[in-house]
Write a protein that binds this ligand. Structure first.
Ligand SMILES: NC(=O)c1ccc[n+]([C@@H]2O[C@H](COP(=O)([O-])OP(=O)(O)OC[C@H]3O[C@@H](n4cnc5c(N)ncnc54)[C@H](O)[C@@H]3O)[C@@H](O)[C@H]2O)c1
Length: 441
């Protein structure tokens, strides 16, 4: 079976290589010519563990990339994986979805095809896409994606559930084809087969619930700080209760990335568009927006509100470990706040592409990226902490594995602001560091 995948970003590229690994003939279509050229050379435009190896294994064989929509003519199934970013008002911007749908439409003839919407789209979008294609023999299937950046390839091969939304559950053909494609996964993976609207809502509901868990704990962390409780112990005890569960209960500087922030805002808009006031979800968003400012103020207060020319070693640039994705990264937000207040920042991330993306984001001249600015991006952690007035942890890497004796001798001041509560505070304090976590001391 030949399958087209439209959009070769985090979702589409992983979908393309994953389906090629399953033995399908896959064509990845993207409007970005440079990306397509690089992909055909086996060069991965983004960082995910194992992705480049899989790409190299299949490109030129089971897998190819193109900018031409011609290729969908003989594809039985088309996966739509283009971006749905946030517009100026907080809605999901469906520009890419509709322009891709138009390009698909231009290639359709009488042949039967299945168009699978993997992008996260507001409830009602699958129905609108079907309406645009009503004159053609096309089944539209909602199949929201749940992969997590940082472990995206693993998640593709080990999904926890597969959600499929159809126009009409009586009509078996698209259901059978989708089941056949997903039959390559482990037999025990639950399928949720439902209507379009429920499938679309499952995606938003899942992200909003996880984000709410995070904001709930982050709100508690502020009180924890004031009253002298340790939020890490509080959440550990909470998580033992199976009804609560121990995942997504870490206090920190807020959720980030390409999905949660924009999906929460888009869900709020969907409530408002239906004249319902989204009280809980709005609070989730507000707590998240505030959290990084609260943490920044904590740093500033330590310095009596004057951080001018102070040197901060910021450990973590991407929004989470093992990715190069800077979208909504709390580390980047914190760097912005530090720079705006006259500080000097030395930034570090283990992922080379995350460092590169940061250099590009701040338009640093690569040859000068390591001197001559208030912002330095360094590839060595020990160089980063050298002469620092404080270390600030912004990404949830296990920095406990680093040589803290060595770090101790490199820094100017032994102060750590742990924005992810990742460090063994007792050990750090024993080394003579002052330690400030989120909701714990
Ligand atoms: N990144 C994630 O972790 C993740 C997880 C689950 C769901 N999602 C959802 O999946 C969708 C894609 O996310 P992403 O992170 O892969 O986005 P991305 O921005 O990384 O990639 C989108 C790609 O689509 C391409 N594109 C745009 N318009 C096009 C068109 N008309 N034709 C062909 N290609 C086009 C872009 O050039 C880009 O390469 C979004 O709706 C997102 O919310 C993302």
């Amino acid at each position: 079976m030949k399958i087209s995948v439209i959009g070769t970003g985090y979702v589409g590229l992983i979908q393309s290589v994953g389906l090629a690994e399953f033995g399908f003939d896959v064509v990845g279509i993207d409007i970005d010519e440079t990306k397509v050229k690089r992909l055909n050379e086996g060069k991965c435009p983004l960082y995910e563990d194992d992705l480049e190896e899989l790409l190299k294994k299949h490109v030129g064989n089971k897998l190819k990339f193109t900018t031409s929509y011609d290729e969908i003519k003989d594809s039985a199934v088309i996966f739509l994986c283009v971006g749905t970013p946030q517009d100026d008002e907080g809605n999901a911007d469906l520009r890419f979805i509709y322009s891709a749908t138009e390009s698909i439409k231009n290639q359709l003839d009488d042949g039967y095809k299945i168009l699978v919407i993997k992008s996260t789209v507001p409830i009602g979008t699958n129905r609108k896409i079907k309406e645009l294609l009503k004159d053609y023999n096309v089944a539209v299937v909602s199949n929201p994606e749940f992969l997590r950046e940082g472990i995206a390839v693993y998640d593709f091969f080990n999904p926890e559930r597969i959600v499929l939304g159809f126009e009409n559950l009586e009509y078996k053909k698209p259901i059978d084809v989708m089941k056949e494609i997903y039959s390559h996964f482990d037999n025990n993976i639950p399928f949720i087969i439902t209507d379009w609207e429920s499938a679309e809502m499952i995606k938003y509901a899942s992200n909003a619930f996880l984000a709410t868990k995070i904001s709930f704990v982050n709100e508690l962390s502020k009180l924890s700080d004031e009253v002298g409780a340790d939020i890490k112990i509080v959440t550990k005890a909470m998580g033992i209760d199976k009804r609560i569960g121990n995942k997504f209960l870490n206090a920190g500087i807020g959720y980030a990335g390409s999905c949660f922030p924009k999906d929460i805002k888009a869900l709020i808009k969907q409530f408002e568009n239906n004249n319902i006031s989204p009280k809980l979800i709005k609070a989730t968003d507000e707590v998240n927006e505030e959290q990084i400012c609260w943490f920044f103020n904590k740093i500033k207060n330590y310095y009596n509100n004057d951080i001018n020319q102070k040197i901060f070693a910021v450990l973590g640039l991407a929004f989470k470990p093992n990715t190069d994705d800077l979208r909504e990264s709390r580390g980047i937000k914190l760097i912005d706040l530090l720079l705006k207040n006259g500080a000097i920042v030395k930034g570090f991330d283990y992922v080379e592409k995350a460092r590169e993306n940061t250099i590009n984001r701040y338009k640093l001249d690569k040859s000068k990226a390591f001197y001559g600015y208030n912002l330095y991006i360094l590839e060595d952690l020990y160089e980063t902490v050298k002469d620092a007035d404080a270390i600030v942890i912004t990404t949830e890497y296990n920095f406990n594995n680093e040589d803290w004796e060595k770090i101790k001798t490199a820094v100017k001041n032994k102060v750590v602001f742990d924005g992810r509560n990742i460090l063994n505070a007792e050990k750090i304090k024993k080394l003579g560091f002052e330690y400030y976590g989120v909701g714990r001391k």
